[in-house]
Design a protein around this ligand. Sequence first.
Ligand code: FAD
Ligand code: UDP
Length: 386
Amino acid sequence: TEEHTDLIIVGAGLFGLTVAQQAAENGYHVHIIDVREHIGGNAYSYFDKETGIEVHKYGAHLFHTSNQRVWDYVNRFTSFTNYVHRVYATHDGEVYPMPINLGTINQFFHAAYTPAQAEALINEQAGEYANVEPQNLNDQGIKLIGKPLYEAFIKNYTAKQWQTDPEKLPASIIRRLPVRFTYNNRYFRDTYEGLPTDGYTRWFERMIDNPNIEVTLSTDFFDASQELSKANLRGSVPIVYTGPIDRYFGSQLGDLHWRTVDFKEHRYDEVNHLGTPVMNYVDADVPFTRSIEFKNFNPERTEVAEQKRTIVWDEYSRFASKDDEPYYPINTAEDRERFAQYKAMEDAEPNVVFGGRLGGYAYFDMHQTINSALIAWEKQVKPLLK
Ligand code: FAD
Ligand code: UDP
C-alpha cells in the first residue's frame, strides 16, 4: 500500500498523533509506525485487569495548559475531569505541601508569617543569589526559596532525579514549579487542567479514528529488514520522525544524554495507601523520588476509588543507557551543543520533519508537544505534501 501513502509518521506519541490527525483531516493518507505495541507514546495508560484502576504506564501524566488553541483542540477528542493536581512532600519525618507555598514555609520555620514577611525572609535567605541572573538550577533554586528551603526540598530530590550537579542543569527545570507566598498549593498555574474522562488511550484512539490513518505497531524504523524502515523509505516519501534525534543519525556525533525511570509496584488491601495521588520523598535516605497512587487521580470513578485494593508505584530515576527508554533530556551545556550539531544535520534530510520530545531533545509537556505539532503541521509538513 506504499504508493497510496502520502506521509509516514514514526512514533504514535502525541506529536505523531497530532500531525496524523491534521493530515488525515486534510485528506492525506497517513501511515504511523511505532516500535511499541501500543499508541500514545509516554502518555499511554491502561486499565489494570484486577482492579480497574487506570495506570499510566510510563509515569503519572497530568494534563494542563493555558493555550486556548490547544485546549479547544484536545476537547474535540475527549472531555476532562475536574482533577486539580496537588503534591505533598515527606521531609525529615514530616509531610509538607508542595510546591513551596506559605503553608510549606510556615510549617518549616514553625512560624505564622504573613505573605510579605515570608517573602522578606526568603529574600534574605537567598543571600548573594537574590540579585544575580541565575544560570543554572542551583542558583535559580536558591534565588527562588532561599538556602534552607532549597537544601531541604530541592537539593536532594534533584540529586536523586537527575544525578547531575545542579550547577550543570538548566535553571528552566526548576522554574517549572511555582513558588507562592499564599496558601495556594496548586501544582500548576495553568488556566485549564484535568484528566481525560475515559482515560488517555480512549482520547488517543479518537484522534486517529479516520479511514485515512493506518497504524502499524511493534515495528522499528531502524530495522532495515522490514518494509516501513528508514532504509526503505528515506527519500521516497515525506517522513515525520519523533524518535531520538541522535539515533536517526546513527549516533555518529556521540550520544545525547537522557534520564529514564523505573517503577516498583505495590498492591495493598487498603482503600487508600498514600491518601493523595503523589508523595515526593525529598530526602537522600529514601532511594526513590516519589510514589504515585493511581486511583487518587480519578476520585470520580467512585466504585474503583472506594474498593479495598490499591496500586502504588515508587519511581526511581537513573541515567538511560542504550537499551533504556529515554524519558527526560538532561540538557547539560555539552548536550545542547551536540544537539545543535545534530540539528544542523537535518538540512541533509529535506523530506524529514523532526519533532516531539525525543526528536527535539526538549522537556515538553503534553500541551507543548501538541502545540508544536500543530505548528509543525502547518509550517513544515503540509508544504512537503502534494
Ligand atoms: P513520545 O510520547 O515519547 O512518543 C514517541 C514515540 O516514538 C514512542 O511511542 C516511541 O516508541 C516511538 N519511537 C521511538 N523510536 C522509534 C523507532 N525507531 N521506530 C518506531 N517508533 C519509535 N506531560 C504533561 O503534560 N504532564 C505530565 O504530567 C507529564 N508527565 C510526564 C512524566 C514522565 C515520566 C514523562 C517521561 C513525561 C511526562 N510528560 C508529561 C511529557 C509527555 O510524556 C510528553 O510531552 C509527550 O508524551 C511527548 O510526546 P511525543 O510524541 O513527543 O513523544
Ligand atoms: N523538584 C524538587 N523537589 C520536589 C519537586 C520538584 O527538587 O519536591 C525539582 C526537581 O529538580 C524536578 C523539578 O523540580 O526535576 C521539576 O519538577 P516537576 O515536578 O515538574 O518534575 P517532573 O514531573 O517533570 O519529573
